[in-house]
Design a protein around this ligand. Structure first.
Ligand SMILES: Nc1ncnc2c1ncn2[C@@H]1O[C@H](COP(=O)(O)OP(=O)(O)OP(=O)(O)O)[C@@H](O)[C@H]1O
Ligand SMILES: [Mg+2]
Length: 260
């Protein structure tokens, strides 16, 4: 039998199908858009097609993410924190601290040796430090979001943005461009401001300095510049799974299997 995990986030709708041995058969990411019911049926169709199975072969479905209650065919719904923790543990069982930066919030999650969540901290009050913040900055810089991650190379590491508010930071970026500041310096400043904000979130649940095995999930883990800034700010080397944006959906699929 097969198990479906579906993560309906603010920006992406992610789906994963696993088998009885927790082998991943298919993993898909599509934009959530304005109509999340449509995104749910499209991503379910796509992941089933990619896996090459029939819908009736799915024994159980767990949904997660902010739109999890919209999944009509769900067997159950589980919070994102639990699902991301379960998903990362399957990739790297040594992980003790997980950073998830998605489209509209960022979280730091502390795990015990069994991979259970022992504490977490979350910023869901504003876009600062989230994927949406980066998307607004990419727009201001007139680059694609997937290019932004490599535009920091060669920067001097000394530009500090005065505001993390998305609206103010966007006008600051526009002024910096007008002043002739190089794009790599601006992007590096943005990445370091995200890293410093994320580090504060981590310190709320883990104030100690001794190294923990840290991993990152969520779409922003695809942004190499943010990862470099996080590694430098936190003095660590963060583990990035192969498909960071589908970690929540993978955790949901694993929970679906465990509960069956
Ligand atoms: N190829 C890429 N390169 C750089 N950044 C990327 C890439 N793909 C996605 N992102 C970033 O990931 C963000 C979306 O992350 P994700 O898909 O985890 O969000 P989400 O789960 O829908 O949001 P949330 O969990 O907050 O509801 C985008 O805003 C963007 O900043
Ligand atoms: Mg998410």
């Amino acid at each position: 039998m097969y198990y479906l995990g579906i993560d309906i986030g603010s920006l992406s709708c992610d789906a994963v199908i696993i088998d009885d041995n927790e082998k991943i058969l298919a993993a898909t990411v599509i934009p959530t858009g304005a109509k999340n019911r449509e995104a749910i049926s499209r991503s379910t169709r796509e992941v089933i097609n990619q896996a090459g199975i029939m819908e009736d072969d799915i024994k159980s479905t767990i949904s997660t993410g902010y739109g999890r209650d919209r999944v009509e065919k769900r067997t159950g719904a589980v919070t994102e924190i639990t699902c991301h923790a379960r998903g990362i543990q399957a990739h790297n069982p040594d992980t003790r601290l997980l950073i998830d930066i998605g489209g509209q919030d960022s979280k730091s999650i502390l795990l015990n040796a069994e991979g259970r969540v022992v504490d977490f901290a979350m910023n869901d009050k504003c876009a600062a430090g989230t994927g949406r913040f980066l998307e607004a900055m990419a727009r201001a810089l007139q680059v694609d979001i997937d290019e932004l991650g490599e535009l920091d190379h060669g920067a001097k590491d000394n530009l500090t943005l005065s505001s993390m508010c998305t609206v103010f930071a966007e006008s600051e970026v526009v002024s910096l461009i007008a002043d002739g500041v190089n794009v790599n310096e601006i992007v590096n400043g943005l990445n370091r401001s995200i890293a410093s904000r994320t580090h504060s979130l981590v310190k709320r649940i883990y104030p100690e300095k001794n190294g923990l095995a840290i991993a990152m999930s969520g779409g922003v883990a695809r942004n190499g510049g943010v990862i470099r800034a996080l590694n430098a700010t936190m003095g660590c080397s963060i583990f990035i799974p192969e498909n960071p944006d589908t970690i929540g959906a993978l955790g949901a699929a694993i929970i679906a299997r465990e509960r069956s």
